[in-house]
Ligand binder design. Sequence first.
Ligand SMILES: Cc1cc2nc3c(=O)[nH]c(=O)nc-3n(C[C@H](O)[C@H](O)[C@H](O)COP(=O)(O)OP(=O)(O)OC[C@H]3O[C@@H](n4cnc5c(N)ncnc54)[C@H](O)[C@@H]3O)c2cc1C
Length: 360
Amino acid sequence: MKNKNFEFLITGGGIAGLMMAFHLRKAGKSFLVIDNKLAQSSSKIAAGMYNPISGKRMSVNWKAEELLAQLHKDFIEMESLLGANYLVHSNILQAFGNVKESNDFMARLDYPAFKQYVNVESTIDCALKNEFGLFEVIGSGWVKTAEWINAFQDFLKNEGNFLQEHYNWEQIENCGENWQWKDYQFEKIICCEGSQFGQNPYFNWLPFKLCKGQVLLIDCKDLNEKYILKRGVYLVHQYDTIYKVGASYEWDFENAEPTEAGRETLIEKVKQMIKLPFEVIDHLAGIRPTTRDRAAILGQHPTVSNLYVFNGLGTKGMLQAPFLAAHLCNHLLTGERLHKEINLQRFHQFYVSSHSNTKV
Ligand SMILES: Cc1cc2nc3c(=O)[nH]c(=O)nc-3n(C[C@H](O)[C@H](O)[C@H](O)COP(=O)(O)OP(=O)(O)OC[C@H]3O[C@@H](n4cnc5c(N)ncnc54)[C@H](O)[C@@H]3O)c2cc1C
């Protein structure tokens, strides 16, 4: 008979849930991931790019060095487990959009933490329009995210640790010491539901913000596939002469479907970015789970002690998830304190306000 008692239930098998599963598995813990394998999940639409430098102000990411080290370490192990390669080391060639951007960048070179990730004297020949100059980001790359997700979900399924199903929170019963779903029992739940957090009655008070993103797949000959190109949007090689272009950032939207306006905007940006002709072969959209302060949210529910959240990866799921999953795993198994920047406790007041008249 199949084992139906697990230490952990992981709700959601995107980047967050799967990295959590990877670390619990390594620690020898028993767990079950439930995921409905939504084709349009954020994790599957993502270009999977990781970049230690982010944002318009081009700042070095929080704990960039540790995040990159954990990402590389985990994918070396993951690739040996799955017998295929998913992580592609690929420097970014980034062109400035105007003189101000170039000047701001030069001023940042005074900071050694920033300078270690850039090469200002890049002489790579590429099709990027760069009348204001360009620089190279060192240490960046991308993960073949959709391929990895499918392969790792299949791997976990073969081990009896993955179930393709749509769960409903009304069916998940809190029995005090443990949780019951159908005829399964779990000691703890880790909620990794991405943009579907709103269906979760225990964590829907957290200040998540949804951000829709649209991407194109284009066919473009003669591009240098070794580099990720960036100028307003990015271009990441996928296979043969196919590249992913992304992405839009939409805070106000009606649904998760790709739109004609989104497609036109991306096409225009590619024309401003490269000198080569291209053909659009697909157009996709997904919804990012972001947060009010742009940092992920991890930790224990304020009153339900065997319930945890790992969400809010925002625009940087791939860079952050391995480190944060390892960190949450250590917290769960050894009691290591969570970093305050990502700890759910920073939003405790939201819980107090939203529950001042109700009981959960
Ligand atoms: C257009 C676009 C481009 C992006 N590009 C990048 C990029 O280049 N690099 C990068 O790092 N990040 C990128 N991102 C962001 C990245 O995709 C997210 O940070 C990351 O995927 C979030 O992962 P997650 O596991 O938290 O959420 P999700 O990917 O949403 O995963 C949650 C999973 O839970 C499942 N689920 C939820 N509720 C239920 C239920 N009731 N029953 C069953 N299953 C359920 C969902 O179906 C889903 O599979 C991009 C996002 C978009 C939209």
